[in-house]
Design a binder for this molecule. Structure first.
Ligand SMILES: O=P(O)(O)OC[C@H]1O[C@H](O)[C@H](O)[C@@H](O)[C@@H]1O
Length: 550
């Protein structure tokens, strides 16, 4: 029992029942599950908005799904979900509400934090972003020398980078091709250098994105960008107002930097960094795709929010995906989860999900501060599918690890591809369908032998199969569909955090490295003694200084 009288997860009878069920399931093969139920391929599916989800290739039966849903009920996932939507402070270690869902709520919605309806403020910022985006896109907003803006550089890191960078890539075919949009995040000067080296400063707008406006990487890059701009334009500080805008919750720090707070787009402490890209943090994306497309994206998010909030457990897609992850982590010892988009436009999708999932659920104490005795968040990884097929899929097919995987694909190619390239789409998708089939059903020794393979090679050419996958299929990758996909994963992560009883909305684990970096820096630059530096790190710092000739 914890302080609130909740039974610990691994002491719940529902958990024990799942453990017993897992033993009974043993090595049951997907081939057997499909043979036993001819309707499985169509029955184990769900539709959410434009997303068709097939979960038939999972190592589950009706009983598994019932038991998992009973676990969700015992853990009161629905109760925590409703508390989140109501604006309660469910991020207990930071005493904050968790209201990214309010960022895409319709104008007339009412969502209160501390007795105040936050929705009008959300829409006021969206309107301000839309007006600004239109001024940039039309050429009305000009730089210091009167030239129109043709380049936008977003400087931010983590949640202030990954979302807009991923979505810009995903929605490239909806972007204004007359604008160059780039993203700088790494404190390695090479990132900024490569982003601006071929740009004309007179036509460049920097968007400084930082919730706290204290993140050292971002402030360092923003300062270097300001120096670059002023040097290139041979201008004084006055030029900053025409070339820098800020996205932040911290007006004071924004003003300190020299950015006019009239050009600051605000958001709020109830938006977590990794849940922020549909807030002001999306400004670079809105400039690229235009306000109407951005609103379609928000509508896509909202559609899945409503689904998660209202759909019954049997038809609730984020609940199902969350439970499947819990199942594999706890009862199959799966350590990782692959996300494999069959869309080049989703190249950065998995990197975005890494922060969303791993920063949210990479925790080892529960909400009461007790160590957890069960697996929490998996390692999330993956790259666009066909490239992965020629690299690491070998390990998924024939390695020793259990790696549940999500396959995401689209019926139609997007964009203005030449007809010859459109024709390639069927080949892409043939791979998509073939892979999940091979992973699920494998190839038996008998099948290999029947092909006349020499006996000594049979074990090498046999595929065990039984590798679980989810297939997510949609017609086309539109702004709305992207919003739906992201919200699906956001709520999946929520479900898992709720069951594991961890705070999915703090990130204390990131802090230690930041503090230590600040302490170590003077050792590199001035050779200063750093109290408490361990022997290994001391020797490495000395080596570094020697290599730099210091
Ligand atoms: O937006 P910022 O305040 O600059 O924060 C940027 C990022 O850095 C932090 O270290 C957190 O781990 C992330 O959750 C956050 O998204």
């Amino acid at each position: 029992m914890n302080a609130e009288g909740r039974t610990r997860l691994n002491q719940m009878p529902e958990w024990t029942a799942l453990g017993k069920h897992r033993e009974q399931l043993g090595d049951t093969h997907l081939r057997e599950l499909f043979a036993a139920d001819p309707g499985r391929g169509t029955g184990y599916t769900l539709t959410v908005g434009d997303l068709h989800l097939d979960y038939s290739k999972h190592l589950v039966t009706d009983e598994t799904l019932d038991l998992l849903r009973e676990l969700a009920a015992a853990a009161d996932v629905a109760g925590l979900r409703d508390a989140m939507f109501r604006g309660e402070k469910i991020n207990t270690t930071e005493d904050r509400a968790v209201l990214h869902t309010a960022l895409r709520a319709p104008r007339e919605a009412v969502v209160e934090v501390d007795g105040e309806n936050v929705v009008p403020g959300v829409h006021a910022v969206l309107d301000k972003m839309a007006a600004f985006s239109e001024r940039v896109r039309s050429g009305e907003w000009t730089g210091h020398t009167g030239r129109r803006i043709r380049n936008v550089v977003n400087i931010g890191i983590g949640g202030s980078d990954l979302g807009p960078a991923m979505a810009y890539g995903a929605l490239r075919s909806f972007t204004d091709r007359g604008l160059t949009v780039r993203f700088v995040s790494n404190v390695d000067g090479a990132d900024l250098h490569e982003a601006v080296r071929d740009l004309d400063a007179a036509e460049t707008l920097f968007i400084i994105a930082s919730k706290t406006f204290t993140t050292i990487e971002t402030i360092t890059n923003a300062t270097s960008a300001r120096d670059w701009l002023l040097t290139e334009l041979r201008a004084d500080q006055a030029a900053v107002a025409k070339h820098f805008v800020a996205l932040s919750t911290n007006a004071e720090k924004v003003a300190d930097f020299g950015i006019d707070t009239a050009n600051m787009f605000e958001f709020w402490d109830w938006v977590g960094g990794r849940y922020s890209f549909d807030s002001a943090i999306g400004l670079s994306l809105m400039i690229a795709i235009g306000p109407d497309r951005f609103r379609e994206l928000l509508d896509g998010f909202h559609l899945v929010d409503e689904h998660f909030r209202t759909a019954p457990a049997e038809a609730n897609a984020p609940l199902l995906l969350g439970l499947l992850g819990v199942w594999y982590g706890a009862f199959f010892d799966a350590q990782s989860h692959a996300v494999l988009p069959y869309s080049h436009y989703l190249s950065k999708f998995t990197a975005y999900l890494q922060q969303l999932d791993m920063e949210s659920n990479g925790k080892s104490v529960d909400r009461d501060g007790n160590p957890v005795e069960w697996q929490t968040g998996p390692v999330v990884w993956g790259t666009p599918g066909t490239n992965g097929q020629h690299a690491y899929y070998q390990l998924i097919h024939q390695g020793t690890k259990v790696i549940p995987a999500d396959f995401i694909g689209f019926a139609e190619p997007v964009g203005d591809l030449r007809p010859g390239l459109v024709a390639q789409h069927d080949l892409l998708m043939a791979n998509f369908f073939a892979q999940t089939q091979a992973l699920a059903f494998g190839k038996t020794p008998e099948e290999v032998r029947a092909e006349g393979v020499a006996e000594e090679l049979v074990p090498h050419k046999t595929f065990r199969g039984n590798h679980p996958t989810t297939t997510v299929l949609a017609k086309e990758l539109t702004p709305s569909v992207l919003g739906q996909l992201i919200a699906l994963y956001e709520h999946k992560v929520f479900v898992q955090g709720a069951i594991w009883n961890i705070d999915s909305f703090d990130q204390w684990g990131v802090e230690l490295g930041k503090v230590l970096a600040k302490r170590v820096e003077p050792a590199l630059t001035e050779g200063a003694e750093v109290p408490g530096l361990d022997e290994s790190s001391k020797a490495l710092v000395a080596k570094y200084r020697a290599l730099r000739g210091r």
